[in-house]
Design a protein around this ligand. Structure first.
Ligand code: FMN
Length: 213
C-alpha cells in the first residue's frame, strides 16, 4: 500500500472572530462563495450531495449548485435517478462544499423539495441544446439495456432534429432548505475555526456557536 501518511499542508490564515462574522448564514455563505469563485481554479459551485435511502444507507455524489438565495440552494437532476429515489423516501439531505485553495469547507443540512414546474421549465429552456438532449434520453442511474453507441445515435438524432426540446417530466430542480450550517476555515497548528448555525423549528433566528476544531 502506498504510504501517504506524510501528506500534510500547513494552513496559516487570519483568524475568524465569531463576534465579527455575518449573523445570517446565507450572507456568510454568499461571502465565502464569492471569494471561492475568485480564488478557486474550477467549478467552485460543485458540491457533494449526500442522501440516505429508506434503509438508512447513505450515498454521495457531486452536483452543481445552480442558484442560491437567502432561503435555499438549488441543483438540477433526474428525478428518477438514485438520488431522486432517495429524496422521495427521505427528503433530509446534506450538501458539502470544499474549496482547497481557500482552505474552507461548508456543511449544510436540510430538506430537499422539488423546484416549481415553472422554474424548472425556465431553467431547462436556457440550457444548451446538447444538455437538453442528454437530459431527455438518459435514464440516469439505471442499468443500460442498449449499447453506448446506440445511445449516442439516439442523442445525435434528437440533437440534429428540428424538434423543439421541452423539459421531460423526469428532470428538474431540487431546492434544499437548510436548518443547519457549519463553516470551517483551516488554520495554524490544526486549530481550525469552526462555526455552527442552528435554529429551532419554525424560528427565523439562528444560534451561532464556535466548535472545537
Ligand atoms: C463536477 C461534476 C458535476 C456534476 N453535476 C451534476 C449535476 O448538476 N446534476 C446531476 O444530476 N449530476 C451531476 N453530476 C453527476 C453525479 O455526480 C452523478 O454521477 C449522477 O447525478 C448520478 O447520481 P445518482 O446515481 O446518485 O443519482 C456531476 C458530476 C461531477 C463530477
Amino acid at each position: 500500500m502506498k504510504d501517504i501518511g506524510h501528506l500534510r499542508r500547513e494552513y496559516n490564515l487570519n483568524r475568524i472572530d465569531i463576534t465579527k462574522i455575518e449573523q445570517d448564514p446565507f450572507a456568510l455563505f454568499d461571502n465565502w462563495f464569492k471569494e471561492a469563485l475568485a480564488i478557486e481554479d474550477i467549478e467552485a459551485n460543485s458540491m457533494i450531495l449526500s442522501t440516505v435511502n429508506y434503509n438508512n444507507k447513505p450515498s454521495s455524489r457531486v452536483v452543481l449548485l445552480k442558484e442560491y438565495s437567502n432561503s435555499r440552494f438549488k441543483f438540477y437532476t433526474n428525478y428518477l435517478s438514485k438520488k431522486g429515489k432517495h429524496i422521495e423516501d427521505n427528503a433530509y439531505v446534506a450538501l458539502l462544499f470544499y474549496w482547497p485553495k481557500s482552505v474552507r469547507q461548508i456543511r449544510i443540512e436540510g430538506y430537499a423539495q422539488k423546484t416549481s414546474i415553472t422554474e424548472s421549465n425556465h431553467y431547462f429552456s436556457q440550457r444548451p441544446r446538447e444538455s437538453m438532449a442528454s437530459a431527455i434520453i438518459s435514464k440516469q442511474s439505471h442499468k443500460m439495456e442498449i449499447s453506448m453507441n446506440s445511445l449516442i445515435t439516439e442523442y445525435n438524432n434528437l440533437l440534429n432534429s428540428n424538434k423543439p426540446l421541452n423539459r421531460p417530466k423526469h428532470w428538474g430542480g431540487y431546492d434544499v432548505i437548510p436548518e443547519y450550517f457549519e463553516f470551517w476555515q483551516g488554520n495554524k497548528g490544526r486549530l481550525h475555526d469552526r462555526f455552527q448555525f442552528t435554529k429551532e423549528d419554525n424560528s427565523t433566528l439562528w444560534q451561532i456557536d464556535q466548535l472545537y476544531p
